[in-house]
Design a binder for this molecule. Structure first.
Ligand SMILES: C=C(O[C@H]1C=CC=C(C(=O)O)[C@@H]1O)C(=O)O
Length: 473
């Protein structure tokens, strides 16, 4: 791709219209130019993205790919109405926005995500933004570029269209080199929070609460806090997750000196053409070492009463949420098995035709579905109160919704599990397990270790089978 492939006169025309709009309204106006570009290898964009920008969004899912740098406009919101708050902010900005170009209107325009709970943390509780440079790719390879600038009503020299075009060109022209895996990072320290024994006691305590009827299911999470004097190469981490976790959504949100990265198998919701799709994902079983053992474990998962109960709770809750807003909902009677490279889950696809597609927003669906009992519990309130008091840390963005939205308020969000928060020398990994009647503390502990593994590999932390972790005390 050459800079001449970017339609500069078209972008400048949109910018000029936005300038008039900004001056007429005495407030900033967003200018966005969209066009198709020749296909680029998304993995080849990872290194330039992380090297050239401190604000980065990466989304590589089976349904869509979005790679973005910089921010033309941020939307943040705090408190319980954070989803509606972001929607209102976006609708206000869209009222004065000027867009143009032959690129698809349905391509993503807003990216970001939300913390698990509306509580202050290193990243805002709700952060979505319009990237200055956004490249999106459909599964058929169609690739589009969106360039956005926020035009100030007063003349300014700091953030004009020239800078956006220069960034876009620099990004695309330096694409092509796939990040290679990092060499193993020696000298790292790893601390489990809570420790293995504390966590097993917590699981046992949680099953006691279930026996007393306080709730049916609660999802408890653990952290692995890693310190590496080498820091982490995020382009390599994401490249490795993409290569080793096919079928998962590989994501990164980097902002304000923090990065939140992961490879999640769990789709929260996708909305396109009035059709919403979600998945009920729960219950885990390892993969077998041989094909025969693997087939045995697969059959065992499908027949396991505890696993089916654990997943049925998620399916019923999601179905109920779909019933509120859909005129038809399709849910298969029997769950399927979702095979991941090192473990597998039960899953059920849930599809609904929205009753009122004209006024629908993917953010409304996110608000209705989050947190599902796959990451919270059931009944929701009782389980969440238990989890908040039991876990010795704040979840931050772990298990929150991460994704993108377009001008039509359609989009895709994933549940940000199998993830890590990275800042300087510290990477904090998260893994959670659904606890129901009959959950075995030792088995749940092993399950968290299996769930940490892909991220540990991607971070290039050496794994020692015999003494994998140091206890927190
Ligand atoms: C909460 C997590 O996984 C959820 C999704 C699938 C299976 C789960 C389980 O087996 O407990 C969890 O509900 C996590 O990986 O941190």
């Amino acid at each position: 791709m050459h800079v001449a492939d970017i339609d500069l006169p078209g972008f400048l025309e949109v910018h000029a219209k936005a300038t008039i709009e900004a001056r007429n309204n005495a407030c900033p106006a967003l200018a966005t130019w969209r066009q198709e570009i020749p296909p680029v290898d998304p993995a080849g964009l990872l290194r330039p993205l992380f090297e050239r920008s401190t604000r980065t969004f990466v989304w590589m899912s089976p349904h869509s790919t979005v790679m973005a740098m910089g921010s033309a406009t941020d939307f943040t919101h705090t408190g319980h109405d954070r989803f509606a708050g972001i929607r209102r902010g976006w609708e206000r900005a869209a009222g004065t926005a000027v867009s143009g170009g032959p690129g698809p209107r349905a391509m993503p325009s807003l990216v970001g995500g939300f913390a698990f709970a509306p509580r202050p943390g290193p990243l805002p509780e709700a952060l979505m933004w319009v990237p200055r440079v956004l490249i999106s790719q459909d599964p058929d390879g169609t690739t589009s570029l969106a360039l956005s600038v926020s035009v100030d009503p007063r003349p300014t020299t700091t953030d004009g269209p020239a800078r956006t075009v220069a960034d876009a060109f620099a990004l695309i022209s330096s694409a092509g080199i796939r990040p290679c895996p990092s060499p193993l990072l020696q000298g790292t320290t790893t601390v489990e929070v809570p420790s293995a024994s504390e966590w097993k006691a917590l699981v046992a305590h949680t099953t006691e609460q279930i026996a007393r009827g306080r709730f049916d299911k609660a999802v408890l999470a653990r952290q692995l806090r890693i310190t590496s004097p080498w820091g982490y190469d995020l382009a390599s981490v994401l490249g490795s997750l993409r290569d080793t976790q096919p079928g998962s959504t590989v994501f990164a949100v980097a902002a304000y000196g923090h990065a939140f990265v992961g490879a999640t198998p769990e789709r929260l919701v996708g909305l396109r053409g009035g059709r919403a799709e979600s998945m009920s994902l729960a219950a885990s079983m390892p993969r077998g070492a041989t094909p025969a053992e693997d087939a045995c474990l697969r059959a065992a998962l499908l027949q396991d009463d505890k696993s089916r109960r654990e997943q049925r709770i998620v399916t019923a809750t999601l179905r109920h949420a779909f019933d509120q807003v859909c005129r038809t909902v399709t849910v298969p009677d029997e769950p399927h098995v979702l095979d991941l490279p090192n473990l597998r889950h039960l899953h059920t696809r849930i599809v609904g035709e929205l009753a009122d597609p004209e006024t629908a927003s993917v953010l409304d669906l996110v608000e209705r579905l989050h947190p599902s009992p796959a990451v919270g519990g059931h009944p929701r309130q009782a389980a969440l109160e238990w989890v908040r008091d039991a876990e010795p840390f704040d979840r931050g963005w772990y298990a929150g919704p991460v994704g993108w939205m377009n001008d039509e308020q359609e989009g895709e969000f994933a549940v940000a599990i199998r993830s890590a928060h990275v800042q300087d020398e510290t990477a904090t990994l998260y893994a959670g397990c659904g606890i129901v009647a009959g959950s075995d503390p030792e088995a749940e502990l092993e399950e968290t270790r299996l769930k940490f593994r892909p991220m540990l590999n991607a971070l290039a932390i050496p794994l020692s089978e015999r003494a994998p972790y140091r206890q927190s005390r």
